[in-house]
Write a protein that binds this ligand. Structure first.
Ligand SMILES: *Cc1c(COP(=O)(O)O)cnc(C)c1O
Length: 376
């Protein structure tokens, strides 16, 4: 058994970490086995960005790192329904969302592999993030987006010089078109590509470090495609294996009730993701009807004895207005997570230390926020 490998999630077949593949030859999802080094004394003297955990990130050569100095976002205590909750301010990333954690690592790997063209699909934030890192690394990218994507996110993708492919259909249709194109290119997908999660796992490292190298009791995260949720699980597991922390926090996944396949699976005790009828949600970033890593999310949440929550459109807009009233300008998708925190605090809280996240900037969704303000 090699210490580092790409592993097929279905067959367990292994492939070298440097093979330029994003799926198994049979089309299954890949995971990564990688033994990280996490040394507190080494990390302490490094610059305040996510590359301070350099030895825990599977990029071989420093010269391949594509970075804007992102990461090490502040963590602030915010009172939600009477309880102090620690929020990571991940809307402060260079492109305005936490997706930059994953993009910095994934595009570094793509540079290391010598790949010159990638495809990606997105409801906006993953696309604008991948486009920015591709611009920095001088890699060409085609970004597939569904019709009706937020104007600010689309402008960002275009501004970075990506080829925008607007698909006349749903978010799922855009994903399928990109998947099709990726059969002849390399898929820089935040869902398929396992290197993306090697970036989002730094969320867990930062949380633990900011709490004095301790894991919190509960972490409340968005659950769309699960890029942050799965990454956080990987990160907390690595911290525990390294002997730095003594537990993996309970992971709570928040979905919009209008599009909540994971919540339904959890509620009904299903071992798979049911087909659902999705309604539109103002939380566009988590409105994912068929999350390809859905089973993995169910499994990780269950392993930590966590739960899934579903929040209504009204709870989301209330949470958005609440956060605006406290000076935090976040996008509606991020407000959905805050609504989840509120539900958790009101119905499930048992005095635990809670960490959550503000995932994306309000500047990404001005139109929607204006509409919410007008009707409030
Ligand atoms: C992508 C995104 C999410 C949801 O992340 P998933 O990986 O789909 O679970 C939440 N908030 C914002 C702002 C996002 O861009």
């Amino acid at each position: 058994m090699k210490p580092n490998a790409l592993i097929c999630t279905k067959t367990g077949e292994e492939y070298p970490l440097n093979e330029p593949i994003w799926q198994s030859p049979e089309g299954h999802l890949l995971d990564i086995r990688f033994r990280p080094t996490l040394e507190k004394t080494l990390i302490r003297n490094r610059s305040a960005n996510l590359w301070r955990y350099r030895e825990a990130i599977p990029i071989e050569k420093d010269e391949n790192i594509v970075s804007f100095g992102e990461g090490a976002t502040p963590m602030q205590k915010i009172n939600i329904a009477g309880v102090d909750v620690y929020f990571k301010l991940d809307f402060l990333f260079p492109t305005g969302s936490y997706k930059d954690r994953g993009s910095s690592v994934l595009i570094s790997k793509i540079k290391e592999l010598g790949i010159r063209h990638v495809v990606q699909d997105s409801s906006g934030n993953a696309g604008s993030s991948i486009a920015a890192y591709c611009a920095k690394a001088d890699i060409a990218c085609d970004i597939y987006v569904p019709k009706g994507v937020s104007g600010a996110k689309l402008a960002q993708i275009r501004a970075f010089g990506a080829n925008v492919r607007i698909i006349d259909g749903t978010r799922q249709d855009a994903a399928e078109a990109a998947w099709e194109a990726a059969q002849r290119s390399y898929y820089a997908s935040h869902c398929w590509n396992p290197f993306f999660f090697q970036g989002t796992k730094t969320f867990a490292f930062e949380v633990a470090e900011q709490l004095g190298w301790k894991a919190p009791d509960v972490v409340i995260l968005p659950a769309g495609n699960g890029t942050l949720l799965i990454g956080a699980y990987i990160g907390f597991r690595e911290l525990m294996k390294a002997g730095i922390t003594d537990k993996i926090p309970k992971l709570i996944g928040v979905q919009a009730a209008n599009c909540s396949p994971l919540y339904e699976a959890y509620q009904e005790g299903l071992p798979y993701i049911p087909a659902i009828t999705a309604l539109p949600s103002i939380a566009e970033g988590i409105a994912i009807a068929k999350p390809i890593r859905g089973n993995q999310m169910l499994q990780y949440v269950e392993l930590t004895e966590g739960i899934f929550l579903a929040v209504s459109e009204e709870e989301i807009t209330d949470a958005l207005l609440l956060m605006c009233s406290k000076g935090y300008f976040i996008e509606p998708t991020s407000a959905a997570v805050v609504a989840g925190v509120r539900q958790y605090v009101e119905h499930f809280w048992e005095g635990e230390k809670i960490v959550s996240v503000l995932t994306g900037s309000g500047l990404k969704a001005i139109d929607k926020i204006i509409t919410v303000l007008k009707s409030s």
